[in-house]
Design a protein around this ligand. Structure first.
Ligand code: NAP
Length: 326
């Protein structure tokens, strides 16, 4: 097998495409031949030693992938050789093969393409858990989505629209705003231009959004929170901009608002039955063509560096997916 190996987590430039021995699965593990892997923001952080999870060195980055099971370890009863699965195990995806815990594998129907499957679990699970479980978004409510053309942002547009919400998608360029419109957003705001709060006010008749989905952080957070509606729910999803913002708590009091943390990874570990039910709902939604990942580009696995550069430059529209030759 071959893999992008991280022996020194000082950045993307230290990764090397190396020949490695193909491993055998241990108990409760499977060996997967990877067809496709998608790039998520944590993949950028993990190779710089900036992510909360710090794998033992050396490791292969690539949190999320899809492929075909080549062998199964002892005790694996619900998966078989030849079965197609998607998996989000945190590492291993930027390779031709990887071992993965059997319990993290999501069996795929024939109609689920490897590219879509590799770009599915992280974004939809996060947005569904955030908007439906944590914020209890209702039809007719208004939701503001920040970083709305990014991975989790683009999925949040689709989940919110499917719920019957009024969606205001906000992003940093007109090109990104156009993509958000194509994904179903009712309104868009380019927050690189002035008057972010004025535009929010006029789009909500002075009321402000009922729910705010924030995977960006930085300076945007306080501006957005100051615009939230009475009894609004503010979803803390991530900090792609870098700095972790602080909020004056009087703003929470004055709006009778709720500040809600979203940590899908721990939700899946701590509440596995609820997560399984949610994943079943999401795969059903995909099969009914109610949701579909917005794929910016499909690239050969050998072009991982270019994919990383694009994400670092903030220029991905939806998701980048890396594929291995057949
Ligand atoms: N809480 C959870 O359970 C959970 C789960 C998954 C992901 N996350 C987090 O959610 C965030 C987004 O992840 P993602 O995979 O959707 O990433 P992504 O596809 O790269 O999207 C992030 C968006 O953030 C905006 N952004 C603003 N400043 C940026 C900067 N300096 N560098 C890069 N992007 C910047 C960009 O939109 P504009 O250019 O339009 O501003 C970009 O589209 C990350 O912090 C990730 O760790 C959290």
């Amino acid at each position: 097998m071959k893999a992008w190996l991280c022996e020194n987590p000082i950045g993307v430039e230290a990764l090397n495409w190396k020949e490695l021995p193909t491993p055998n699965p241990g108990p409760q593990e499977v060996l997967i031949r990877i067809e496709a892997a998608s790039l998520n923001f944590p993949d950028l952080l993990i190779v710089q030693n900036k992510y909360q999870m710090k794998p033992a060195l050396p490791f292969v980055p690539g949190s999320e992938f899809a492929g075909v099971i080549e062998s199964v370890g002892d005790g694996v009863t619900h998966l078989k050789v030849g079965q197609r699965v998607a998996c989000l195990s945190g590492t291993g995806g930027f390779a031709t093969h990887t071992l993965a815990p059997a319990q993290l594998c999501l069996p795929l129907s024939e109609s689920f393409s490897a590219v879509d499957a590799a770009a599915f679990i992280m974004i939809y699970a996060t947005s569904h858990h955030a908007l439906i479980d944590r914020a209890e978004l209702k039809p007719g409510e208004t939701v503001l989505i920040l970083g709305a053309a990014g991975g989790v942002g683009s999925s949040a547009i689709q989940i919110a629209k499917h719920t019957g919400a009024n969606v205001i998608a906000a992003a940093s360029t007109d090109e990104k705003c156009l993509v958000c419109k194509q994904l179903g957003a009712d309104h868009t705001i380019n927050y690189s231009q002035a008057n972010f709060r004025e535009q929010l006010k006029s789009l909500t008749n002075g009321k402000g959004p009922d729910v705010i989905y924030d995977p960006v952080g930085g300076d945007l957070t306080e501006q957005a929170f100051r615009s939230i509606a009475w009894r609004g729910r503010y979803l803390v999803v991530g900090f792609a901009a870098g700095p972790i913002p602080a909020l004056p708590l009087n703003l929470v009091l004055l709006k009778g608002a709720s500040l809600i943390g979203v940590f899908w990874g721990d939700f899946a570990k701590r509440e596995p039955e609820k997560n399984t039910a949610m994943m079943n709902t999401l795969t059903e939604m995909y099969n009914k063509q109610q949701i579909k990942p917005k794929i910016d580009q499909i690239m050969p696995m050998s072009e991982l560096m270019t994919a990383y550069e694009k994400m670092n430059a903030r220029s991905v529209l939806g998701k980048l997916v890396l594929v291995n030759p057949h």
